[in-house]
Design a protein around this ligand. Structure first.
Ligand SMILES: [Zn+2]
Length: 82
């Protein structure tokens, strides 16, 4: 997997989103998560790969989170309506 080209002269924080499996740190579990959105990995017009993303809420503590998820991960029981 090719590394993203970064410009050293670029100022400001560079956010590197490391794909992580959805997990509620407050509860120490993923069993209470309800997935609200899932965007599969895709390739942008410029040829850059963008990892899959998911957003979810933990129904146990109400924590909402959204971030990139690892290749091949998808919400349990997920299926396409298309
Ligand atoms: Zn929780």
């Amino acid at each position: 997997m090719p590394f993203l080209k970064t410009r050293p002269s670029q100022s400001g924080p560079i956010r590197l989103a490391t794909p992580q499996r959805p997990f509620c740190e407050a509860c120490g579990s993923d069993e209470f998560l309800v997935y609200e959105e899932f965007i599969p990995a895709r390739v942008l017009a410029a040829g850059a790969a963008k990892p899959a993303e998911a957003s979810y809420t933990c129904i146990e503590c109400g924590q909402f989170s959204a971030h990139a998820v690892p290749d091949g991960w998808e919400p349990p029981g997920w299926f396409w309506y298309a």
